[in-house]
Design a protein around this ligand. Structure first.
Ligand code: ATP
Ligand code: MG
Length: 578
């Protein structure tokens, strides 16, 4: 490819709406252009990268025994009614109506469609287990599309679905997929950590995410991990506390309600009473699927919203507004303002306590009276009927690993893949059954396995760049190499460069020659920004028979003969493809 023909326009500046490095670099280097919020054009350079990621994914999926198919992007409402997700999926599901008033949606994921295919085709246990996958654009009307390809509304995903007759076979396939994922990301030049995670809108009980670890804002997940092999997303992580049991009896020996004027926050209350926040019981009001829920937790700890949402079996959660809290107070005959509320005397509402509450004695708690709290309280003083305990707590670094007891550490991660054991979550409600050896109809035991193709490419940029541009891993670079004649007006330089280019081409190297009549500085900048793994510059030293050879990854420059340069690149490309 000649640079003069390459469909690319590099920009002088990063686009103003780009917050993270992959978005900045991919836009500036001419890989993507935004069409509308969260929707991008993949220009030729980007498409080459995406196709390479797809090729690696296909190769590993096929090797693992899965078969590729392609399902429609537009899906009918009926199947989503069968699974129960038409209501449950929420606003991320992009719904539309056709000219006959039939309701449809744009596929955010394909469990319903594949399950409907399976029940038509996989009628006997003899056809199982099997695993089917596709690579396709998905649409999710994300609340906050941001970070370019990392969180788009339209994005490319590989999604696979397995069908088995037993939990044992499901687990076997789950392991098989975990291994395929590890191979895929490694081949894409990415180090990933496999972490336990919440199953979210996809469902099921066991799931793991593959995280690219980063210390930047691009990592939207907190990952807690330990020296042992424990690693979990914050929405799923658990820990043991160094100070599990807390007793306020040094401060208060009997339960009584006292004045605590203007103590609206935990800090103000702790300061006013000169007590540690560990002996305060915090009562928080959330709205889960439009209904209020009260969560109780030791006040120095934080509620993890996904855990709370799962504890009440909800799909959507947010903290209640002051107005909603006041309404709740009124319904229960109180007029306390936020900061003074508590579980005592609250009726007909789910109240869930975090496990920390079990170990609190003689604590301080709001009792729905403004400017007052009860001190020296115990749970028996609060008259809560039917209190449920769950783990609702957000883990903090330094707390103890649930597996080995050592201190947990925290880092950030970009989720590039996610695998789920679904069990019968879809097959049961959709009546997707096969005939077993005993002649009985049974629902498939399913698994599903996703990889964000476009997110993986962007994550590779997050992991591999410097201030000058992208440093593509060789396996997914749009081109392997660039040849730059410093001056296209210099006949020898142009001739040697052209010969080099042709030799590389004929040896299977994907190469660009920068034939533009531009200043050398411009050409070098573009080459670094676009991120060719290898660069050969043909300049003045050609009079001594030498060219300059640079590996983008480490920036090291060496002088080689043209033939040596070709050999190094050809060998590297072959090694990488092997
Ligand atoms: P997230 O938690 O980041 O919103 P998710 O858990 O909802 O993602 P899955 O349903 O697990 O996503 O989808 C499988 C894979 O698809 C993810 O692991 C991720 O790589 C990719 N993916 C999901 N949402 C997006 C998006 N908005 N933009 C780009 N890739 C995405
Ligand atoms: Mg996920």
């Amino acid at each position: 490819m000649k640079m003069s023909n390459l469909f690319v326009q590099t920009l002088r500046e990063f686009p103003s709406d780009a917050e993270v490095i992959s978005h900045k670099m991919l836009a500036r280097a001419g890989y993507i252009r935004k069409l509308t919020s969260g929707v991008y054009n993949y220009l030729p350079l980007m498409w080459r990268v995406l196709r390479k990621v797809e090729t690696i994914v296909r190769d590993e999926m096929d090797k693992a025994g899965a078969q590729e198919l392609l399902m429609p992007f537009v899906q009918p409402k009926e199947l989503w009614m069968e699974s129960g997700r038409w209501e449950a999926y929420g606003k991320e599901l992009m719904r539309l109506t056709d000219r006959h008033n039939r309701e449809m949606c744009l596929g955010p994921t394909h469990e319903e469609i594949i399950t409907a295919i399976a029940r038509d085709v996989l009628k006997s246990y003899k056809q199982l287990p099997t695993n089917l996958y596709q690579i396709q654009s998905k649409f999710r009307d994300e609340v906050r599309p941001r970070f370019g390809l990392l969180r788009g509304r339209e994005f490319i995903m590989k999604d696979a679905y397995s069908f088995a007759t037993s939990q044992e076979d499901l687990e076997k396939e789950y392991k098989n997929m975990a291994q395929a994922y590890t191979n895929i990301f490694k081949r894409c030049g990415l180090d990933t950590k496999m972490v336990q995670s919440d199953s979210g809108a996809i469902g099921g009980s066991v799931s793991h995410e593959f995280m690219v670890i980063t210390d930047t804002d691009a990592g939207e997940n907190d990952v807690f991990y330990c020296e042992c092999d424990y690693a979990a997303n914050s929405n799923h992580a658990v820990s043991n506390l160094p100070d599990a049991v807390v007793d306020g009896s040094n401060f208060f020996d009997t339960a009584k309600v006292i004045d605590t004027p203007s103590t609206h926050t935990i800090e103000q209350l702790a300061e006013f009473l000169s007590i540690p926040s560990t002996i305060i019981l915090k009562s928080l009001v959330y709205i889960v699927d439009k209904k209020p829920v009260i969560a109780l937790i030791r006040a120095d700890k934080t509620v993890e919203e996904t855990k709370l949402m799962n504890a009440v079996g909800g799909m959507d959660i947010r903290i209640a507004t002051s107005a909603e809290i006041e309404e709740l107070m009124q319904q229960n005959g109180f007029d306390a303002v936020p900061g003074f509320i508590g579980p005592k005397g609250i009726k007909n509402i789910t109240i869930i306590a975090d496990n920390t509450v079990k170990n609190m004695k003689n604590f301080v708690v709001g009792v729905n009276q403004t400017d007052k709290h009860m001190v020296g309280a115990n749970l028996s003083d609060l008259d809560i009927s039917d209190l449920k305990y769950e783990d609702l707590r957000l883990v903090e670094a330094g707390e103890y690993c649930p597996q080995c007891g050592k201190s947990l550490k925290v880092t950030r991660g970009i989720e590039v893949g996610n695998i789920f054991q679904l069990g019968t979550k879809y097959s049961k409600p959709m009546n997707a059954v096969y005939l077993d050896a005993d002649g009985k109809a049974k629902p498939y035991i399913m698994g599903c396995y996703g990889i964000g193709i476009s997110r993986t490419a962007a994550a590779a940029v997050e992991a591999h760049h410097d201030e000058w541009g992208i440093k593509w891993p060789l396996a997914i670079a749009p081109y392997h190499a660039i040849v730059i004649p410093v001056s296209t007006k210099d006949e020898t330089q142009l001739k040697v460069a052209t010969e080099l280019y042709e030799k590389l081409l004929s040896n299977g190297v994907e190469v660009v020659i920068d034939d533009r009549d531009e200043r050398p500085g411009v050409k070098f900048k573009d080459a670094d920004l676009i991120g060719f793994p290898f660069k050969i510059t043909v300049g003045k030293t050609i009079s001594e028979g030498l060219v300059e050879f640079v590996v983008r990854e480490d920036g090291e420059k060496i002088q080689l003969t043209p033939d040596e340069a070709v050999q190094v690149i050809v060998e590297a490309v072959k090694r990488n493809q092997a």
